[in-house]
Ligand binder design. Sequence first.
Ligand SMILES: Cc1cc2nc3c(=O)[nH]c(=O)nc-3n(C[C@H](O)[C@H](O)[C@H](O)COP(=O)(O)O)c2cc1C
Length: 358
Amino acid sequence: MDTSESIELYTFSGTGNSLLAANWFKTVANDKGYTCNVNLIDKRNPTLETSDAKLIGFLYPAHGFSLPWFALKFILRFPRATNHCSIFLVNCRAGMKLYKLFTPGLSGVAIHLPLLILWLKGYKIAGAQPLDMPSNWISIHPGLRKKVVDSITERCNGVMKNFAQKVLQRKRTFPFIYLASIPLDIAIAPVALGYFIVGRFFLAKTFFASHTCNGCKLCAEKCPVNAITFRHKRPYWTFNCESCMRCMNICPKKSINTGHGYAAAIIIGISAIPFAQQITEGIVHIAPKTYALMPGLINLTVVTLICLPVMWITYYLLQYLCRFKAFSSLIMLTSFTYYWRRYLAPTISAKSFIRKNS
Ligand SMILES: Cc1cc2nc3c(=O)[nH]c(=O)nc-3n(C[C@H](O)[C@H](O)[C@H](O)COP(=O)(O)O)c2cc1C
């Protein structure tokens, strides 16, 4: 590749891992004399125009064994290849470290799906790299200790630099870990579909701001998908939320939490609703053949149709009641995230997520 040709990197990043990986790539490219631009995939950035770049990279996290819907939509809308352009993908996953052992995350279809889409759009595939950055999913585990974060990040920096060198030398690069996990990735694909519904309609609806929120609106300003609106001077998460964890980790007051106690109450409440079983039995009675054909899908649809209005109403109530200190304290104290460490990638802060028109 000629150094006069530019490289465009597009990154969706919740807590900065993918952004950091893009910056690492850019450093290698700049050292070799290439012009390399890092663009955030962000709702308020201007829409994409076809570029004459000869190499394009997409860097994004794994979410529920797939990629965030917003990032997938971006790739789906990406213009078709016009100039023998190559692409590469970097999927940041949940890396951990147990004693001295680095444990990998799992991409599921997060690489295969975009790879297929971009190949069908006519792009040449330069490579794909799963990157096991420190896990940021602090709704389900505490943020990792700084020492662990530093050691995982240092390792990933090396992996990324190596990958960047190979891609820039035009060597097609698919690391062993990517190829070895393909059977597991495919086996887990149905879970990715389930997560798509659970993530959007349930997980995102467990976020709340406690009474300590001072309404600074940083969360809404920095949300990559504009999912946070303000109601009665308090943040409110819409169904657009990708659960990327940015808001929770940049909140200066640490007011944003996942309501674990609230989520448990909702699950118990919904499972106690008697008519889901009756509706399903009704369907079995009316259309036994259709039910036999796709029982999983029908059950999921029934549960979703019941859960959606329940989630919407209870979430509205939760947000309303959180304005009162006694209620907010109760929800806050039953939230694990209140006690847990937060996470942002090293060297990344709220300021790193710059929007072109903000
Ligand atoms: C909602 C959510 C779902 C996740 N699902 C997965 C997953 O399926 N597999 C995985 O390896 N990591 C998963 N992770 C971890 C992130 O992919 C990982 O920490 C990534 O490095 C974050 O990158 P970012 O800071 O650029 O958003 C998930 C994280 C979140 C917040």
